[in-house]
Design a protein around this ligand. Structure first.
Ligand code: HEM
Ligand SMILES: *[C@@H]1O[C@H](CO)[C@@H](O)[C@H](O)[C@H]1NC(C)=O
Ligand SMILES: *[C@@H]1O[C@H](CO)[C@@H](O)[C@H](O)[C@H]1NC(C)=O
Ligand SMILES: *[C@@H]1O[C@H](CO)[C@@H](O)[C@H](O)[C@H]1NC(C)=O
Ligand SMILES: *[C@@H]1O[C@H](CO)[C@@H](O)[C@H](O)[C@H]1NC(C)=O
Ligand SMILES: *[C@@H]1O[C@H](CO)[C@@H](O)[C@H](O)[C@H]1NC(C)=O
Ligand SMILES: *[C@@H]1O[C@H](CO)[C@@H](O)[C@H](O)[C@H]1NC(C)=O
Ligand SMILES: *[C@@H]1O[C@H](CO)[C@@H](O)[C@H](O)[C@H]1NC(C)=O
Length: 331
C-alpha cells in the first residue's frame, strides 16, 4: 500500500510543482535543478545525513521541519533562524529552550561544504532537510526549488511574532496571510504536528482551573486530559514533553487530523482548527477531508511546503550570500 502511494506520488510530482508555483512570480529565481552541475550529489548527501540523525533520535525529523518553518516566517527562507549573536532568533520566545536541531544542521552543512564548498546556502539545506524528514518518516516526497540566499541579519522581534499556540484562529490565519499563505496552507501545514513533541508549558493551561485562566478546555477529550494531567501536574516541570500525535508519534501520516475529530489535539492552536466557531467557515471542512484521505493531505501538504519554502525576504528579496558557517555571516 505504502509503495503504491509513493509510486503514484512520483507520477504527479512535476504537475504539483508547477501548480503550486503558478502565481508566484517573485519566486521564479528558485529552481529544482540549480545545483545539478555545481553540487550533483547534494540530494544524496542531505538524505544520508538526515537519515543518520534520525537513527540517533527519530524526533529530529520534527525538529528539523520546524526550523524550516521558523526560518521562512521570519525574513523569508534565508537561514536567519540559524544565526547566533545578540539579535539571534534562537532567543525569541517561541524558540528559546524549544527550537532544536542546530547541531544537526551544522553537520549536514559540513558534509555539503566538504563536497561542494561555498555553493549551497544554509536556507536551502534547511529546505532539503525538512523534505527528507517528512519522507524518511513515511510522508510524501516532492521536488524542491533551490537557490535561496542566506540573509545577513536575524530579527528576534519578528521571531517573537511567530504564530503562538495560545492565539485565536483568526490571528493565526492573519499571520499566514501576512507571508502570502492562505487557509489551506494553515490546515495542511499544521498537519506537521503529526510528529514531534510539545512541552507542558505550551498546553497545560488547557488542563486545569488556574486562577484567572478559566476552566479546563472543554474541547479536550476527557481521557487524554486526565492522562496529560499526570504528565503535567500543577507546579510540575514545564519542560516535560508529550507527543503532538499520540497515535503515531514518530510517523508522518494523517492521524493528526483524525485526532482533532476526537478532541485529541494537543495544542489549543491544533484543536481550534476543528472546534472553534470560526473553524466552521474556514478550516473545519479541510480537517475533515484530510482525516478521511491521507493522499489528499499529502498532496496539499506538499503544495503548501513548496509555497512556504518560497517566502522571500520582503526587504532584500533574494539577495544575500552563501554562508560558510550557518551560525555567522561571512566576513
Ligand atoms: C499554525 C501555527 C503553529 C503553531 C501555533 C505552532 C506551535 C507549536 C508549538 C507551541 C510547538 C511545541 C514547541 C515546544 O513545546 O517546544 C510546536 C512544535 C512543532 N511544530 Fe508547530 N506550530 C504551528 C505551525 C507549524 C508548522 C507550519 C510546522 C511545519 C510545517 C510546524 C511543525 C512543528 C513540529 C514538527 C513540532 C515538533 C518539534 C519537535 O518535536 O522538536 N508547526 N509547534
Ligand atoms: C524586524 O521585523 C520587524 C517586523 O516584524 C520590523 O519592523 C523591523 O524593522 C525588523 N528589524 C530589523 C532589524 O530588520
Ligand atoms: C490556497 O492557495 C492554493 C494555491 O493557489 C489554492 O489551491 C487553494 O485553493 C487556496 N485555498 C484557499 C482557501 O483559498
Ligand atoms: C473548573 O471550574 C469549573 C467552574 O468553576 C468547575 O465546574 C469544574 O469542575 C472545575 N474543574 C476542575 C478540574 O477543577
Ligand atoms: C527547562 O529547561 C531549561 C533549559 O534546559 C532550563 O533553563 C530550565 O531551568 C528548565 N526548567 C525546569 C523547571 O526545569
Ligand atoms: C488512537 O488510539 C486510541 C487508543 O488506542 C484510539 O481510541 C483512537 O481511535 C485512535 N485514533 C486514531 C486516529 O487512530
Ligand atoms: C459562517 O457563515 C455563515 C453563512 O455565511 C454565517 O451566517 C455565520 O455567521 C458564519 N459563522 C461564523 C462563525 O463566522
Ligand atoms: C538587507 O540587507 C542589508 C545589507 O545588505 C541589511 O543591512 C539589512 O538589515 C537587510 N534587511 C533585512 C530585512 O534583511
Amino acid at each position: 500500500m505504502k509503495t503504491q502511494n509513493k509510486a503514484m506520488g512520483g507520477q504527479v510530482l512535476l504537475t504539483i510543482f508547477t501548480l503550486c508555483m503558478l502565481y508566484s512570480g517573485a519566486r521564479a529565481q528558485l529552481s529544482p535543478g540549480i545545483y545539478d552541475k555545481t553540487c550533483p550529489y547534494l540530494g544524496q548527501i542531505v538524505r544520508k545525513q538526515v537519515s543518520m540523525a534520525l537513527k540517533a533520535e527519530i524526533r529530529m525529523a520534527a525538529s528539523l521541519i520546524r526550523l524550516h518553518f521558523h526560518d521562512c516566517f521570519v525574513n523569508g527562507c534565508d537561514g536567519s533562524v540559524l544565526l547566533d549573536g545578540t539579535d539571534s532568533e534562537k532567543l525569541a520566545i517561541p524558540n528559546v529552550n524549544s527550537a532544536r536541531g542546530f547541531e544537526v544542521v551544522d553537520t549536514i552543512k559540513a558534509a555539503v561544504e566538504n563536497a561542494c564548498p561555498g555553493v549551497v546556502s544554509c536556507a536551502d539545506i534547511l529546505t532539503l532537510a525538512a523534505r527528507e524528514s517528512v519522507y524518511l518518516t513515511g510522508g510524501p516526497m516532492w521536488r524542491v526549488a533551490l537557490g535561496r540566499k542566506d540573509g545577513l541579519v536575524a530579527n528576534q522581534s519578528s521571531a517573537n511574532n511567530l504564530p503562538s499556540p495560545f492565539e485565536p484562529l483568526d490571528s493565526i490565519i492573519a499571520k499566514f496571510q501576512a507571508v502570502g499563505l492562505n487557509i489551506t496552507d494553515v490546515v495542511a501545514l499544521s498537519g506537521a504536528h503529526t510528529f514531534g513533541q510539545a512541552k507542558c508549558d505550551v498546553f497545560s493551561n488547557r488542563l486545569f482551573n488556574f486562577t484567572g485562566q478559566g476552566s479546563p478546555d472543554a474541547t479536550l477529550e476527557t481521557v487524554l486530559m486526565s492522562d496529560l494531567r499526570t504528565v503535567c501536574p500543577v507546579g510540575g516541570n514545564g519542560n516535560v514533553t508529550a507527543p503532538l500525535d499520540r497515535n503515531s508519534t514518530d510517523v508522518f501520516d494523517n492521524n493528526y487530523f483524525k485526532n482533532l475529530l476526537q478532541g485529541k489535539g494537543l495544542l489549543s492552536s491544533d484543536q481550534i482548527l476543528f472546534s472553534s466557531d470560526l473553524a466552521v467557515n474556514t478550516t473545519k471542512r479541510l480537517v475533515e477531508a484530510y482525516s478521511q484521505s491521507q493522499s489528499l493531505f499529502f498532496r496539499d501538504f506538499t503544495c503548501s511546503m513548496i509555497r512556504m519554502g518560497g517566502i522571500m525576504n520582503p526587504v532584500n528579496g533574494s539577495s544575500g550570500e552563501v554562508r560558510k558557517n550557518c551560525r555567522v555571516i561571512n566576513n
